[in-house]
Design a protein around this ligand. Structure first.
Ligand code: FAD
Length: 430
């Protein structure tokens, strides 16, 4: 064998896997299709979540909000850098780029009724960080550890063989096949490796395709507390909420996730013209644009992310996203599992068990409650305003508050209550 390990994909999961394996003495090659893997073209909010994001832990809908990695992590702020700690898997990783603490998480209605998910100014629940700087730091460690990094090289498929794995690649010098004892598929949401191994055949497609567009903007004037993260529900514009992160003085990251037939660009243009939001964007300019999405909707997660000699890492096996931190944890633990297997021990089952408990999307309960009250699809703008106005000043996530206080809506607007319970779950206790 030329290599002990082929890692396909140089995102957070693949880089972490390559670094861990090479530092432990394995001979590793990393395949990445981008010319410069540190440049991100895929939309990402770049938040490092410091708390498990369950805004209303005692409500079903509140629990639904943590979709990615749910093991505890922490951030240590040092003089010149941050250190991200992952006590579950048992590693730490340094980051020396800029960061902004995020204090507020806010739900906004069309007329800007506000619901705070945390008590304002109570705690930092996430850091905005620079994913490109973070990836550059990981790449430097990967190179220092001796990994052969092939950028501008596309993996075209993998074949699991009785004594190893073959990966077909196409690079600047043409096509060839690499061989190794093991491989890691860390090639993201539309993994070619997962597909070529037939692992998508048993996954269900759960949603229509989702388009995602993200803008980094300057000159946005929101009058909201700095360092806030917002979800904005405007049914007349999109069946899904807008996200807006206020990352500093007038600097904003905004994104549209939508299943609408309209393009995400058109939807965002309409958002900037929506009467209550026009003042935000009067002097705004777009400084960077990224996008994401695909022709296929969200797929159910891969239950057992190991196929013979290939281990699946990060978004390659996930319905939505493992988050950066989840992909890192996967990369690290997948390598530890592979090392055990190479030494004749059983490592895969530990990885499978960990994968099934470390991500909210593996809990069937998550899927049951994730769809609670798809407000944008069943309400008008005015109805969303009414519902949010009932909870203004209260702390909790909008869905959790609604699910736990349906009688308030029943008292004020019985017809709206009927509409909600027809689409969502029955009220608690009934
Ligand atoms: C709108 C949006 C907002 C998000 N916000 C956050 C956030 O705030 N915080 C957070 O932690 N996470 C966030 N995420 C999720 C996060 O981006 C992903 O979960 C994370 O990047 C997954 O890492 P990964 O290594 O598994 O895959 P990816 O980051 O997707 O990396 C996969 C890599 O594989 C490469 N690749 C793909 N196919 C091939 C191929 N055939 N051959 C060679 N290379 C290939 C790609 O170029 C890429 O570099 C967000 C995602 C979206 C869409």
């Amino acid at each position: 064998m030329k290599y002990d390990l082929i890692v396909v994909g140089g995102g957070p999961g693949g880089l972490m896997a390559a670094k861990t394996a090479a530092e432990d003495g394995l001979k590793v090659v990393l395949i990445e299709r981008k010319k410069d893997l540190t440049k991100i073209h895929r939309a990402c909010a770049q938040l490092f979540y410091t708390h498990k994001v369950t805004a209303s832990p005692d409500s079903e809908a509140g629990k639904a909000h943590a979709d990615g990695y749910i093991e505890p992590v922490s951030v240590e702020l040092l003089a010149d850098k941050c250190r991200f700690h992952f006590p579950g898997p048992g590693f730490s990783i340094d980051y020396d780029g800029s960061y902004t603490p995020c204090y507020h998480w806010i739900d906004l209605s069309p007329s800007k009724y506000i619901i705070h998910r945390h008590k304002p100014y109570d705690k930092i629940w996430a850091l905005y960080y620079d994913k490109e700087v973070f990836l550059a730091g990981l790449l430097a460690s990967v190179q220092k550890a001796g990994v052969e990094v092939l950028q501008e090289t596309v993996a075209m498929g993998a074949e699991d063989t009785p004594d190893g794995v073959k990966v077909r690649i196409r690079g600047k010098s043409g096509e060839r096949t690499l061989e190794a004892s093991k491989a890691i598929a860390a090639d993201g949401r539309e993994s070619i490796i997962v597909d070529s191994l037939g692992l998508n055949n048993s996954r269900q497609v759960m949603t229509p395709p989702i388009k995602i567009l993200a803008y980094e903007m300057e000159g946005v004037e929101t009058n909201l507390p700095p360092f806030s993260f917002l979800w904005i529900a405007i049914p007349s514009l999109s069946p899904m909420n807008f996200g807006v992160g206020i990352a500093g003085e007038n600097r904003v990251l905004s994104w549209v996730l939508t299943t609408s037939n309209l393009s995400a660009t058109t939807i965002f243009d309409n958002f900037m013209k929506y009467p209550s939001f026009v003042p935000w964007f009067r002097n705004a300019r777009i400084v960077k644009k990224t996008a994401a999405g695909s022709d296929v909707g969200l797929r159910t997660p891969i239950r057992e992310p190991v196929a013979g000699n290939v281990v699946i890492v990060g978004d390659a096996g996930a319905p939505v996203e493992t988050w950066i931190q989840g992909a890192l944890a996967c990369g690290y633990l997948a390598v530890k599992a592979i090392e055990k297997e190479l030494n004749g021990q059983k490592g895969y089952q530990e990885y499978i068990d960990w994968w099934q408990r470390a991500f909210a999307f593996n809990d069937p309960h998550y899927w049951k409650v994730a769809a609670v009250f798809p407000l944008n699809q069943i309400c008008t703008d005015e109805e969303v305003d009414y519902i949010y106005s009932l909870f203004e000043g209260r702390v909790g996530c909008a869905m959790g508050l609604i699910a736990n206080n349906l009688d308030l809506i029943k008292k004020g607007r019985p017809e709206l209550y009927e509409k909600l319970i027809k689409t969502g779950p029955p009220p608690a206790g009934s």
